[in-house]
Design a protein around this ligand. Structure first.
Ligand code: NAD
Ligand code: TYD
Length: 354
């Protein structure tokens, strides 16, 4: 059987990708390599536990020997690299893990892949792909009138998270330029959807609202993000893997710029509709809290290259995607309760103490 190797496939986007990929019965097998940090969850993958095409390996991408063994055993035709420390607020409290996984881990993976790829015979070598999943945050922050980020926008990362992702992007680029490794990089805007860990804005607001807790909006709530439904990100990655040009980068976005306050209002209105409270609106729970240090003001993606070259467009609007997401959280409370136990409580206590 032909395989792809996915890193971080027990996290939010990686798991959505693996589930979507395996829903096609003719798709290649998946070697799913994940360390299972606080953000990784085997329960998200329960529906593919019995699928013989899914092989899960609890492995750290900093473990070169383990990576070598997985690559030589399964001989994947592509590596898709999702694994990362991904939360900006955590990177402010403790950047060390971000440097380790996002930079050292990506470097270790690139070295293992380079060794494996160098030994392939000519056709397999030419067909091989290393797809690096990155973020729009590497481009820094936009002013209100600035043009969206394009593939040629200079890098200007502002948080330890985005700086570590920028470093990983540069390493991936260098492995193409120096060694000829056939790499592809995607820089995507903020994702939302099922299986999103409730430390990020949208799932945090939904879960806090349902628990009757405050909805903590940072600063004035006017920071802008460009939202994309996670399954649309996954379909873009599939297109780039299949038809992207090695050495190229592709920006992925939903053309959905919203202020944080708009997002929270829309979520409250959806919850008022789907699960009304006995008294008042979920909007009554909104609380303005201290701003994030160095908070980027605006992200926005110009996704025209992906549309022009590969014909990709998002399938969901913000309204349809957000409606599906709120409904998913209402229907999947056991998953939410499971991830909100243990380590999550410590994080909430530390971040929202004041
Ligand atoms: P996530 O935090 O939900 O999941 C990350 C996964 O990586 C987890 O399963 C975790 O266990 C695993 N992991 C962490 N360190 C590891 C290590 N050392 N070795 C192996 N596995 C490890 O993140 P996500 O939101 O799914 O993001 C996935 C990727 O997409 C990241 O590279 C992120 O930078 C990028 N991205 C995310 C967004 C977003 O909005 N979430 C947007 C654009 C790009
Ligand atoms: P987040 O989901 O952490 O993504 P990112 O920082 O990578 O864009 O945050 C999205 C926006 O929501 C960001 O501007 C910070 C803001 N935010 C809040 O206002 N309150 C919160 O509790 C969180 C987690 C985020």
């Amino acid at each position: 059987m032909s395989h792809i190797l996915v890193t971080g496939g027990a996290g939010f986007i990686g798991a959505n990708f693996v589930l979507a990929w395996l829903s096609d019965k003719s798709a290649d097998g998946v070697i799913n390599v994940d360390k299972l940090t606080y953000a990784g969850n085997r329960k998200t993958l329960a529906s593919v536990d019995d699928d013989p095409r899914h092989v899960f390996s609890q492995t750290d991408i900093c473990d070169r020997a383990a990576l070598d063994e997985l690559l030589t055993t399964y001989r994947p035709r592509a590596v898709l690299h999702f694994a990362a420390e991904s939360h900006v607020d955590r990177s402010i409290h403790g950047p060390a893990e971000f440097i380790q996984t996002n930079i050292v881990g990506t470097f270790t993976l690139l070295e293992a892949v380079r060794a494996y790829w160098s030994g392939l015979e000519d056709v397999a070598k030419a067909d091989f792909r290393f797809l690096h999943v990155s973020t729009d945050e590497v481009f820094g922050s936009l002013g209100p009138a600035d043009h969206q980020f394009s593939e040629t926008t200079p890098y200007a990362p502002n948080s330890p998270y985005s700086a570590s992702k920028a470093a990983s992007d540069h390493l991936v680029r260098a492995y193409h330029h120096t060694y000829g490794l056939p790499v592809l990089t995607t820089n995507c805007s903020n994702n939302y959807g099922p299986y999103h860990f409730p430390e990020k804005l949208i799932p945090l607001m939904i879960t806090n609202a349902l628990m009757g807790k405050p909805l903590p909006v940072y600063g004035d709530g006017q920071n802008v993000r460009d939202w994309l439904y996670v399954r649309d990100h996954c379909s873009a990655i599939r297109e780039v893997l299949a038809r992207g040009r090695p050495g190229e980068t592709y920006n992925v976005g939903g053309w959905n710029e919203k202020t944080n306050l708009d997002v929270v209002h829309t979520l409250c209105d959806l919850l008022d509709q789907f699960k009304p409270k006995a008294n008042g609106s979920y909007r009554d729970q909104i609380t303005f809290v201290k701003d994030r240090p160095g908070h980027d003001r605006r992200y926005a993606i110009d996704a025209r290259k992906l549309e022009r070259e590969l014909g990709w467009k998002p399938a969901e609007t913000f309204e349809s995607g957000l409606g599906k997401t709120v409904q998913w959280y209402l229907d999947n409370q056991p998953w939410v309760e499971d991830v909100m136990s243990g380590e999550y409580r410590n994080w909430v206590a530390k971040q929202y103490a004041a």
